[in-house]
Design a protein around this ligand. Sequence first.
Ligand code: AMP
Length: 395
Amino acid sequence: MSARNILVINCGSSSIKFALVNEARTSFSLQGLAERLGSPEAILHWQLGEDKQTRKMPDANHQAALAFILPLAQEVAGGTLDGIGHRVVHGGENFTSASLVDERVLEGIRSSAQLAPLHNPANLIGIEAAMKLFPGLPQVTVFDTAFHQSMPEYAYRYAVPEYLYKEHGVRRYGFHGTSHRYVSQRAAEMTELPVKDSCWLSAHLGNGSSTCAIVNGESRDTSMGLTPLEGLVMGTRSGDVDPNLHSHLARTLGWNLEQIDNMLNRESGLKGLSGLSNDMRTLSEARAAGHAGATLAFDVFCYRLAKSLAGMACALPRLDGLIFTGGIGENSAAARSRTLQFLGLLHLRIDEEANARCVFGVAGEIQSKDSPRILVIPTNEERQIALDTLALLDT
Ligand code: AMP
């Protein structure tokens, strides 16, 4: 049988990210982004090997963009696609693993929409458009939340009245599950430990960031909660704040919920602290030049990350290694080094030479001699979604 091709689709409210994954290759034969969908500026960018192309698609919606992307993917795949894997943000408690799309799955995604009002409806639009365009092709959904459904109840419950959980689904769900799962499996491969007998701390650090404790291939705790706002300092998200901040701002500044929501999700994090940028590259340069806001934002980011990892350690019976991934985790040797300075009590110590080498896609171990393993592993959520899709097609 020749190596199969899966198209992986990630629909946002006005965008579609896509990648064509061949099971025999780690790089993508085709990848791209349609953005500003539904507006006169709608545009599609794609890359075929080294060749980059752009096409203006004024007023194109998700369906129109997919009507262009799907045949393109089919052509690049040599005439046949074997399936489509859709990233879905929130599966609530309905989904513990990837699922072949049918009416029950669509209903499950609809019923979780209240928990992810910006994301799940967009994911549904993508699935329904793809089903209309290619009705004969198997479609699979892979949920960001599914991996964390193995958390014990004492890790996922908030200390609020029970009926809020039972009747309204108020609990911790966690996100980035596909990434934490992928890198922990890669860590087991790299260190030749069986996934089923391995214990990891994982830090996915990108525009959105989260930590996770993974035992024997299962998530036991993670830093994001009901929504992706909980936990670490992120690009523009505050992460944890005192829950009374809402009422404090309402009382003292007269802010309404929308203003507070906007501030915590879009104006906070690295951007709010530095007063400069949400982008770690910009902050690293500014910090090197002595910018006080960038230095503080960097320190708060790393300290809070270290605190979260130390907390996550409570979920582990032992530690086989700490994994860094995501744009910051994979590339910022400085952020890794600063974070490790705060984790001396876990005996984690970095080898600065190895740390400096593991950037721009280079995976490797960066601990010094007497330290538990510290690994840098580039994440590949698209590949994991394609592997999950293929696994379901094989059953
Ligand atoms: P992601 O959401 O995983 O794409 O990660 C985006 C984040 O990674 C942004 O904050 C980028 O500034 C950061 N990033 C990417 N490359 C580097 C780099 N070379 N050094 C520091 N941060 C980086």
